[in-house]
Design a protein around this ligand. Sequence first.
Ligand SMILES: C[S@@+](CC[C@H](N)C(=O)[O-])C[C@H]1O[C@@H](n2cnc3c(N)ncnc32)[C@H](O)[C@@H]1O
Length: 253
Amino acid sequence: MSFGLGRGRELDAAVGTVGIGEAELPALPDAIAEDPRAGQVDPRAWFPDASRPFEIEIGSGKGTFLVQQAMLQPEVNFLGIEWAREFYLYAADRVRRRRDRGLLGNVRLLNADATSFLRWRAPEGIARVVHLYFSDPWPKTRHHKKRVVQDRFLGEVWRVLAPGGELRVVTDHDELWDWDCAHFDRWTGGAGWALLSEYGLGGESPREGGPFARETFQRPPSAERGELVGTNFERKFRRAGKQFHSVVLRRCR
Ligand SMILES: C[S@@+](CC[C@H](N)C(=O)[O-])C[C@H]1O[C@@H](n2cnc3c(N)ncnc32)[C@H](O)[C@@H]1O
């Protein structure tokens, strides 16, 4: 529980029903030293109906996109992963309060590093969409390694997406966008196949194109008039007159 972002109101992540606790995601086992898959847990099982389509939002912040989109798509399960505890608590509490009204049974929140979750926890081919909106730019060169988009990350996203699944990205930050595009160029071309096999992820034979195809970003139904996606940061940056970059990377196979 926390009182921080709640401005004096107690925030409750409702661990076990909204927030993911240790019972659902136990500590990594020692066996992971020999077997990188030993810590895998299927997050679809955290929802009342595990057979529904499954989407992940990385860096869900205050949960604005998650809440809006999940309200419109009750037939889809959404997992928000947010490593900043206060934001995780704020978003989970938002969902918990709607649960009390019988809504948003299709949303869970995890307080963790999403890149580690994808690498060590998530099984293959489970997700239809991975959403990444207004990721932290980490502008200093020595911090670039903290950016979410890295070659290894894109390899893990490819593995976790079902064939035909999408990585959806929006940012306001020009320099981060240049960085993202340099990575996306590799993963939409032959270099991506080589990286997949270097990471032991694909075992795919190289073929025309790359592991991902680049497509135009389509606004989700929850975006409000004039919005691209409708997150908290988009609203803040839009008021400041910023322009946005967006893309969909579709897993080819
Ligand atoms: C700039 S905010 C954007 C929040 C939200 N997506 C929006 O557009 O309003 C980026 C968020 O991503 C979270 N974040 C950054 N790296 C992360 C990671 N590796 N795993 C989980 N959350 C992360 C940050 O804590 C922060 O809440």
